[in-house]
Write a protein that binds this ligand. Structure first.
Ligand SMILES: [Fe+2]
Ligand SMILES: [Fe+2]
Length: 319
């Protein structure tokens, strides 16, 4: 009987038997000998690991195993190009579900969601500009339920339960410091842009209440959270009777926050707060990604190449 091991504690050579969450799963074919194998990413709250089940039998039915569900696996940890990988011996849905605690499998933001929401609500309530405050309070009340569990992304930065709120609050803390340095910045406008920039990810992606995104919505794919955000601000501005100038500035920040047309922004920032919003967003996403990556790297080693970091690898210094 092997004891359950958290993924972050996996060691090369270790034998593993336990229940893990399927993050992604696909049947693939080897280049070398055209044989089918199962390519799975398994996760628990401490991390994730790629796993392979080689030489699949002809009658293997991968429809039994579904993304974002739990599965019992047995195998051995090995190192492939300096990255840990699990070589599977078996995979099964036959395990005792009674004793499973789902919170062991889902990563959550380090701060309680209700606490984060209340903090955000307090910040918005203190805004002096009536239009910005009214728009934001209305949007927070519309989005409260989803904000308590939505991640900020499907698989990149802050893809954890409550990740969107955590991303927003981290950016506000960063924005606060930047505003201390540059008095030219309108803090309320910047904070409003921070809160709104990704808020329609709650409509762009379908997330379970565990904060796991399975798919993008049709509207999300056809319009993106940028355009969805603009229409949301339009609706709410009309409802609260906000000035057209404030509505336009908020919409401009949402529209330009990805900066480049190939990332979905048709125009570049043309106000100071929009320029800052973009860079604060990038800083927060990068720091989150790099920290997450380095948590799984030993000192003196490089990480694997990371797609979200333009295929760079990250080095963990020895001191
Ligand atoms: Fe965005
Ligand atoms: Fe963002």
């Amino acid at each position: 009987m092997l004891e359950y091991v958290n993924i972050k504690d996996f060691k090369v050579g270790q034998r593993i038997k336990g229940v893990y969450l399927i993050k992604s799963i696909a049947v693939k074919i080897t280049n070398s000998n055209n044989k089918k194998y199962l390519d799975i990413t398994l996760s628990d709250k401490t991390g994730d690991i790629n796993a392979k089940l080689w030489d699949l039998k002809e009658d293997f039915n991968n429809n039994e195993f579904v993304e974002n569900t739990l599965v019992c696996v047995k195998g051995c940890v090995l190192s492939w190009q300096s990255i840990m990988q699990l070589k599977l011996e078996s995979i099964s849905n036959d395990f005792d579900r009674e004793n499973i605690n789902i919170s062991d499998y889902v990563k959550c933001a380090p701060i309680d969601s209700n606490e984060m929401f209340n903090e955000l609500h307090k910040i918005v309530s203190s805004f002096k500009n009536d239009d910005i405050r009214n728009i934001l309070l209305e949007i927070l009340s519309i989005k409260k339920e989803k904000l308590l569990y939505y991640p900020a992304a499907k698989s990149n930065h802050h893809s954890i339960k409550g990740g969107l709120l955590y991303h927003i609050l981290s950016m506000i803390k960063l924005g606060e410091k930047i505003c201390e340095l540059y008095s030219i910045v309108n803090k309320e406008l910047l904070f409003a842009g921070i809160i709104l920039h990704d808020i329609e990810k709650t409509e762009e992606m379908n997330s379970s209440e565990l904060g796991i995104v399975s798919t993008y919505t049709v509207e999300g794919q056809l319009l993106s959270h940028l355009i969805q955000g603009i229409t949301l601000v339009d609706r709410v501005s009309s409802k609260v009777g906000a000035s057209s100038e404030i509505r336009m500035l908020l919409q401009h920040m949402i529209l330009s926050h990805h900066y480049e047309p190939e990332y979905g922004s048709p125009i570049k920032p043309m106000i100071i707060e929009a320029e800052l919003l973009h860079y604060i967003d990038v800083i927060d996403a990068r720091m989150y990604d790099m920290k997450k990556i380095l948590d799984g790297v030993d000192e003196g080693n490089f990480s694997e190449r990371i797609f979200s970091l333009n295929n760079r690898k990250v080095y963990k210094p020895k001191f």
